[in-house]
Design a protein around this ligand. Structure first.
Ligand code: HEC
Ligand SMILES: [Cu+2]
Length: 357
């Protein structure tokens, strides 16, 4: 009975996972809505299914999951089969007299149900250790793109230090990665423990303050892969979404090139820029050559992103305005205060940010 409980538990977990994937699908259709034609091409909207793996480590994890499910299913069938057979075969009838044969302390039975579970546990342990060794590499795979990931309450900072020698690309919430090339992630946290989890690309890896963890993936197809912070990290944990856009090598180079362009300077939005510097914005946000705050996301190329607030809404002029007007409306409890801009200030700051391509 113990095994069948485990199997029932596993089945219940599977159902719950499937259910929560559905819920996330509903949530991510919002953030996946293409606000520009053509942008959403290749999105596997809300696909958080580990069985749809699209990267080497994710394949390994999927195979291990299938092995565990297969063994559990076999145990379920055997145990439930014996149970049902016994219920029918030994049911009480007119012909039964007295107690059935007592097998308490039977050596063969005791040995069987000690040794068989030991073998099963041993097989599962070996398979798990093998998978861990293949998924957790000691050092970056050859030719890997190095990416530093820093978890913040409740957004992600990405730094690509070696993409172009001598300069570091800094961005937030959306990682752009080349298809077919290994990506080596070095993860740490600026505050509490977070967990980087894009189910189709790799397993969960924790981001821990004062400690660097590593993980990697190698995406096989272009497209947008979604994920979620997988370690409860405070009020807006549920809106700490992950978004990895896997693109061709040429598109990746073009993106890097665009990210390394100096900040756009547009004379027509000088007022907005001035407001950005006068209001507290500059203390928390970096715009290269303008301000150097490190508490919030880097805004130098803000408009190259698809979403705002770590996936809480698609990024467009309306959501940007709503965000700056009061971020607490879109993402209650987030660490950007409402600065109570008057409408003129708001318009000019939004106009300025919209030029940061
Ligand atoms: C106290 C620090 C702080 C101040 C002041 C501040 N911000 Fe923020 N800002 C943040 C944080 C933290 C986030 C990330 C919130 C999240 O996603 O949970 C953020 C997010 C943003 C975003 C979304 C970025 C993205 O990629 O999702 C924009 C745009 C932004 N801030 C603009 C501004 C502007 C304009 C001002 C000034 C009117 C300002 N911020 C003032 C801390 C601050
Ligand atoms: Cu988190």
């Amino acid at each position: 009975m113990r095994f069948s409980c485990v199997v029932f538990f596993l089945a219940a977990c599977c159902l719950c996972t499937a259910h929560s994937a559905e819920i996330s699908t509903a949530a991510s259709t919002i953030i996946c809505a293409p606000d520009q034609p053509g942008r959403a091409a290749g999105i596997h909207a809300g696909d958080l299914n580990i069985f749809h793996s699209a990267s080497l480590p994710a394949h390994e994890i999927r195979e291990l999951a299938w092995l565990v499910i297969a063994i559990s299913a076999a145990i379920f069938v055997v145990v439930e089969g014996v149970l049902i057979w016994s219920i029918i075969r030994f049911r009480k009838s007119e012909h039964t007299a007295g107690d059935p044969v007592q097998v308490f302390g039977s050596n063969p039975i005791e040995l069987a149900w000690t040794i068989i579970p030991c073998i099963i546990v041993f097989v599962l342990a070996l398979a798990t250790v093998r998978t861990i060794r293949e998924v957790e590499l000691e050092s970056p795979p050859a030719g890997a793109l190095a990416v530093d990931v820093i978890g913040h309450q409740w957004w992600w900072e990405y730094r690509l230090p070696g993409a172009v020698p001598g300069s570091t690309v800094v961005t937030a919430n959306e990682l752009i990665a080349p298809v077919g090339r290994p990506v080596w992630l070095s993860l740490r946290s600026a505050d509490v423990i977070h967990s980087w989890w894009v189910p189709r690309l790799a397993g969960k890896t924790d981001l821990i303050p004062n400690h660097v963890n590593h993980t990697w993936f190698q995406a096989e197809q272009e497209g947008t892969y979604l994920g979620q912070c997988a370690e409860y990290c405070g009020t807006q944990h549920a809106n700490m979404l992950l978004r990895v856009r896997v693109v061709s090598a040429e598109a990746f180079d073009a993106w890097i090139h665009a990210q390394l362009q100096p900040t756009a300077i547009d004379a027509s939005v000088a007022t907005g820029r001035a407001h950005f510097l006068q209001l507290a914005c500059m203390n928390c946000h970096t715009i290269d050559g303008v301000s150097s705050g490190g508490f919030g996301p880097n805004l130098t190329h803000l408009m190259s992103r698809e979403t705002i607030g770590a996936g809480v809404a698609p990024l467009n002029p309306q959501t940007l305005r709503a965000w700056i007007d009061d971020p607490q409306n879109l993402k209650e409890g987030c660490n950007m205060p409402s600065l109570k801009l008057d409408p003129a200030q708001l318009d000019s700051v939004v106009a300025y940010l919209l030029t940061l391509k």
